[in-house]
Design a protein around this ligand. Sequence first.
Ligand SMILES: NC(=O)C1=CN([C@@H]2O[C@H](COP(=O)(O)OP(=O)(O)OC[C@H]3O[C@@H](n4cnc5c(N)ncnc54)[C@H](OP(=O)(O)O)[C@@H]3O)[C@@H](O)[C@H]2O)C=CC1
Ligand SMILES: Nc1nc(O)c(N)c(N[C@@H]2O[C@H](COP(=O)(O)O)[C@@H](O)[C@H]2O)n1
Length: 586
Amino acid sequence: MENASGASISSAGASDSEESPRLAIQSRDVLNTETIRDPPETTTLINLSGALDKQALQNEEQDATQSNPGQQSNAPAPSGSTKPSLFNNPPNLARIRKILFECQDPIEISMEEFETYWPFIDNVWVKQRSNASKEGHCTTDYYMCRLRRPTHRTSETRPLPAGKRPRKKRVREGGICNFQIKIVRFEGAYSAVTIARTPGSCSLHSHDLDYIDRVKRNSGLMEYARKESVKGYLPSSIYTKFQEEPDKLGEAGGRFFTVTDVRNVSAKWRIQNPEVNLVAHEGYEYQKGHGIVKSQSTDGVNEVPSTKPTSSASLSLPPDTLFFPQFSLDFLQPYLPNHSERREFPHVTLSYASSMDSKISLQPGMQTVLSGPEAKLMTHYLRSRHDAILVGVGTVLADNPGLNCRLEGAGGFGGLGRMWQPRPVIIDPTGRWPVHPECRMLRTAVDGKGKAPWVVVSPGAQINPQTLMMLKGYGGDFLRIVEYNQHWRLRWEAVFRALASEGIKSVMIEGGGTVLSELLNPEYTSFIDSIVVTVAPTYLGRGGVNVSPDSKQDPGGTPNAALNPRDVKWMPLGQNVIMCGKIRED
Ligand SMILES: NC(=O)C1=CN([C@@H]2O[C@H](COP(=O)(O)OP(=O)(O)OC[C@H]3O[C@@H](n4cnc5c(N)ncnc54)[C@H](OP(=O)(O)O)[C@@H]3O)[C@@H](O)[C@H]2O)C=CC1
Ligand SMILES: Nc1nc(O)c(N)c(N[C@@H]2O[C@H](COP(=O)(O)O)[C@@H](O)[C@H]2O)n1
């Protein structure tokens, strides 16, 4: 596809998800101390990938305890010595249901996350149509909100069992809702599902999620009821047990769950298993006027705390998770992108760590740690606030970086999909970077902890078709820039314009020495908004990689400072000092 800047994304046969690369949730502006430390509906943020593995194990264990329904007619029996939960809710279910209901921004999640969470929100949606790509790697399903239909379907047209009267046609209260989404599933080395509103959709539902939960139960919830029914329990006993865990029931969308819902599920199973005598759970009995209640005699038996933790309680974040700083980062605010601004070019922040002698590494090709733990957290916070992280190929070859945000709450670190994960961008005019499945950026993409990179190349770069397909398979791409400056270097203006036309509104440029030194020269400073430098209390010496713009002279030939940032602020963070400044004239 060719864009206005003369750049092209080499996306022959691209899937829907590739046509629209800015598909992850882009609401970085809301990633602040409050949302990440104390999100509105949950205080426990849990890594999804790890979580899902453990959950699968638990599901298997639970399934293994289910005996064959035909044999277990009068002995359905989880032991009363512990209090096993009837729910196996995936982490952050309420919050993620809300995100998948509102679809405020396009969402990109892994196939596993989709399969885990979608059953708990499928009550909202009715499928309209499906398309599949010729190769079969990509399917697109179009859904409309269930309330788009003005009425419940009348059952008059359906064949009815003998003696059953047709239901009355009921007109929906609250009008109709024209919310529509498309779900694109892309299966390759990197499988992903993207969920986004379609162009004809309204931007908000005309009702809340509770309204739909009242009208229709989701299939995740119904599956809980089915699993318990096939153990031979009485519907009212199952219902009573569900009600004993109101938080989990509510989280799964079951605030309006009724005993009739369980009866419907149970009845289906009973058709196949008519000989089974349904029983109450152990420790529960029928009490006239109250239905199934916990027996007095066994009260307390079920109160013994379980030694086996329930689903989300035992889940942990990946070991490389960084926890949100307890110290204030408010000082950064004036230097951060403001995504609501309409701009031709992205907001550009230069952010790197430097020694006292302006070196960013001990020698070319060598990674050197200059940021202490506090400054590292700040850098990851900055990453979360930008759409893309740009580096030169020298940095990628030297550091094999991840270029993701590893703060708790970011996608893969307790957040959904690739939420708040920036897009790595590599300036590699001749295609020197050896795209390899073991490199950190691609591993990060496979693990759902970040995005695969876009590699900016010049027209002459020889990109092997297999390399192209491999990178695309991970969700990355090559971006060809055809504009050069007088030194046969790619024109930064063209790079920024190409990124803007791909939906990138903010870029954090981390390095290395060549890229930073070039961008600090006068011809580029009109593109640079802010600079955030982490200064380390060390001298790396002359052999180090330098950051320094070209020297400048005034018109009389007197040497002058090359660049003076404005609105400068210095902030000590641990052993480092952070220098923030503005570059571009407003
Ligand atoms: N402390 C810190 O914060 C950081 C430190 N670093 C360190 O920096 C070092 C790497 O720096 P360096 O070696 O200078 O490499 P860079 O990462 O700056 O990459 C330089 C290469 O990028 C390509 N490039 C850059 N700008 C352009 C342009 N306008 N047009 C065309 N090509 C361009 C060129 O590739 P080609 O040669 O193929 O033409 C160039 O050689 C590493 O040691 C790394 O650890 C890196 C980032 C941050
Ligand atoms: N802020 C900062 N401090 C340092 O001390 C550094 N060495 C760097 N390096 C940059 O960070 C990249 C590594 O990123 P990952 O941790 O692998 O995600 C590296 O490539 C440089 O861009 N930065």
